[in-house]
Design a protein around this ligand. Structure first.
Ligand SMILES: Cc1cc2nc3c(=O)[nH]c(=O)nc-3n(C[C@H](O)[C@H](O)[C@H](O)COP(=O)(O)O)c2cc1C
Length: 363
């Protein structure tokens, strides 16, 4: 009888072409068979094109163990010890949803050691009606930074009406560590009910720094800021600058979407001006080289368009000042429902950050 030709099964052929081991059933590795099967089935779906490779990092698989429980990515920031270099960027209060969002976010800050900026607290300057929306110090605890937030236009008004004392009252009622000032000329201009600044914001900020003995952070609201504005801020005794760069949520665009179609068409190009977080990191490094000892503000929150832990990890490693990164919309997406959803999201981001810290260095 002619000898029957041995034919490779499809699976064997594929294994050989992939150069993977044949399935081994082992007492020590009970999932080996199903895993190997998955590998074979998924291998062809897992091709990465050259252009998809993230060019921002050196990947160093040989030099670290996996992150251990005691691995620390924390740092001292704003006078407190943060367990993760992450900031919850300011988001508005004043609605039922804001209450849930702020409370969820504050709990996450406590659980993961992050800092938090509240959204505009304008409503609390003259009334306590919405205090519960913002009242989160008991949730975040006293060990982590919590900042109140007001717009530069309101601050101009408070100075004009000689009511600057209301800022201290606001901080007291929120037990906040300091104040974030948002500087948003395009948003105010495009907002039908918006305010117009009577003075350059840098003058108002300088005045408040001389009048108030509180830590102050200055931010934009999603447009970022250019070289000269950054340079001016870096020479002030601010607790920090929060970039709020362009590339993510953009409040000029939010207002355009709220306005009538004519107005939107005329001004829509304004949403695209501004600076990305990456450009702002570069500018800040250049300003530091230019100014040397004249840089007085030593801490930065890199924010605006930070989509995930890799973006954040990249930028905090690029900047030559003490820094953390901030996100608004990414947290918002997960903070509107039950707390577990937010917890799982933040947990995954922090694990990703720890992994990046172990195996990636920035080019
Ligand atoms: C719903 C929402 C409300 C916001 N409200 C405020 C605010 O009251 N004050 C402020 O300074 N920034 C506010 N921002 C801007 C954010 O703090 C942040 O600078 C901006 O969204 C860019 O970050 P992102 O790209 O991570 O969303 C708000 C953002 C969102 C998404």
């Amino acid at each position: 009888m002619p000898k029957k030709e041995t034919k490779l099964s499809d699976m064997d052929a594929m294994q050989r072409s992939l150069n993977v081991d044949p399935p081994i059933v082992s007492d020590h590795d009970p999932t080996a068979v199903s895993r190997k099967k998955d590998h074979i089935e998924l291998a062809f779906k897992s091709q990465i094109a050259k252009g998809q490779i993230d060019q921002r990092f050196y990947y160093e698989p040989l030099l670290s163990a996996h992150p251990q429980k005691e691995t620390s990515i924390g740092l001292p920031f704003l006078g407190k010890m943060m367990r993760a270099p992450l900031w919850v960027s300011s988001m508005t209060g004043g609605t039922q949803m804001a209450n849930t969002i702020n409370h969820n976010l504050a709990r996450a800050c406590k659980d993961f050691g992050m800092g938090m900026g509240l959204g505009s607290c304008r409503a609390l300057l003259y009334s306590d009606e919405f205090l519960q929306d913002f009242n989160v110090r008991h949730l975040i605890g006293t060990d982590l930074p919590l900042y109140a937030n007001l717009g530069i236009a309101q601050l101009e008004e408070l100075i004009e009406s000689k009511e600057v004392y209301r800022i201290n009252q606001l901080l007291d009622k929120l037990q906040a560590d300091g104040l974030i000032i948002h500087v948003n000329p395009l948003q105010e201009w495009l907002q039908p009910e918006g305010d117009h600044f009577k003075k350059p914001p840098i003058e108002t900020i300088s005045y408040l720094l001389s009048e108030l003995e509180i830590p102050i952070i200055v931010k934009e609201v999603g447009q970022g800021m250019g070289y000269e504005s950054l340079k001016a801020l870096l020479q002030l005794p601010l607790a920090a600058i929060d970039f709020a760069a362009n590339g993510g949520t953009n409040f000029a665009k939010v207002e355009l979407l709220r306005s009538n179609p004519n107005q939107a068409m005329i001004y829509e190009a304004l949403a695209n001006v501004g600076h990305s977080a990456e450009e702002m990191v570069e500018m800040t490094n250049n300003i530091m080289a230019e100014l040397g000892d004249q840089v007085v503000c030593k801490e930065i929150i890199i924010s605006g368009g930070i989509k995930n832990f890799l973006d954040g990890y990249y930028l905090i490693n690029k900047l030559k000042l003490t820094c953390i990164y901030g996100q608004a919309s990414a947290f918002l997406k997960h903070a509107q429902g039950d707390y577990q959803t937010l917890y799982d999201y933040v947990d995954s981001q922090i694990k990703g950050l720890e992994l990046a810290n172990a195996f990636l260095s920035v080019k």
